[in-house]
Design a protein. Structure first.
Length: 50
């Protein structure tokens, strides 16, 4: 799996997947949602251990 230095590089290297701004937006929204859910679960798990 390749590591990208920026989101622009990811979109540039995968033009066939991200050929519209709508697809790019949904990808970004999905990543934000995933990160928020992860951080929320992590926060509550840490609070339980206290």
């Amino acid at each position: 799996m390749k590591q990208y230095t920026s989101i622009e590089e990811l979109f540039e290297d995968n033009k066939e997947l991200f050929d519209t701004d709508k697809k790019k937006a949904w990808f970004l929204i999905g990543n934000v949602y995933s990160r928020v859910m992860y951080q929320s679960k992590k926060y509550y798990e840490e609070k339980k251990q206290m």
